[in-house]
Design a protein. Structure first.
Ligand code: HEC
Ligand code: HEC
Length: 201
């Protein structure tokens, strides 16, 4: 019995410990000049195919940069961007962008009803899980679980990620969590929920 209790409290400790060593935001800012062209001055990109990275969780940002570097997440543009970066550089960049404020967006009126339904309730008929369960009702995500913030993200980028998860060309989601869901979604559902997320705040 004592042994079980010890094991349990040990797991609790491990779970509550940060998954990464916190970076130095000032050092990250100093090396962020190469990112500006696509992700904007403060991580709020103007072009809808380039993701906003401002205000995203530090641990998630670091994981993505590492995944691009190790080839777990494949993107021809980003692989070149991380090639020369050290782990410390990536930690520092993650700290810098996590400290910026993400800009808000809007939802196209004709996509609101379906988008909101998928986000909040999923689709019971086809087995699509409610996004809110992991990404939170406000789209803030859950940094401890490495569920990214989604709110305010460009709909074009979000829809492209859902398509990639469905096809399996993006496969860096732990336990296939996103691939399992995206495969069950229709194109119309992906489009609507992406529009809904763009306006979430
Ligand atoms: C030439 C354009 C370009 C430049 C410059 C660039 N990126 Fe990116 N970045 C992209 C694109 C495109 C994606 C989306 C890739 C995809 O579709 O999977 C991306 C994705 C990312 C992501 C993943 C975001 C998410 O929500 O999962 C992070 C983090 C990121 N970039 C950080 C950086 C950093 C840090 C730099 C500078 C060192 C940088 N990028 C420079 C184009 C660029
Ligand atoms: C069981 C938990 C879970 C549920 C439910 C869930 N997600 Fe996710 N989602 C994740 C995880 C984990 C990741 C991060 C994958 C990684 O580490 O790269 C993620 C990543 C994403 C990303 C990529 C974000 C980025 O910045 O690149 C998008 C977009 C996304 N989810 C949309 C959705 C939508 C839309 C729904 C509802 C239809 C949904 N998710 C439901 C766990 C979940």
């Amino acid at each position: 019995m004592k042994k079980i209790l010890l094991t349990l409290s040990f797991s609790a400790l491990v779970l509550s410990a940060p998954l990464y060593a916190a970076g130095d935001a000032a050092a990250g800012k100093a090396i962020s000049a190469t990112c500006v062209a696509c992700h904007g001055m403060d991580g709020n990109s103007a072009a809808p195919n380039f993701p906003k990275i401002a205000g995203q969780h530090e641990g998630y940002l670091y994981k993505q940069l590492m995944d691009f570097k190790t080839g777990k997440r494949v993107d021809p543009t980003m692989v070149g961007m991380v090639a020369a970066l050290s782990k410390k550089d990536m930690r520092d960049l993650a700290a810098y962008y996590a400290g910026q404020t993400g800009s808000k967006g809007t939802t196209a009126e004709d996509q609101l009803a379906l988008g909101q339904m998928i986000y909040r309730s999923g689709n019971a008929t086809t087995g699509v899980s409610a996004c809110a369960a992991c990404h939170s009702p406000t789209g803030a995500g859950n940094p401890q679980a490495n569920f990214p913030q989604l709110s305010g993200q460009h709909a074009t980028y979000t829809a492209s990620q859902l398509q990639q998860f469905a096809k399996g060309t993006r496969a860096n989601d732990a336990g296939s969590m996103m691939r399992v869901i995206a495969r069950k979604m229709s194109d119309a559902e992906m489009k609507a929920v992406s529009e809904y997320i763009q306006g979430l705040q």
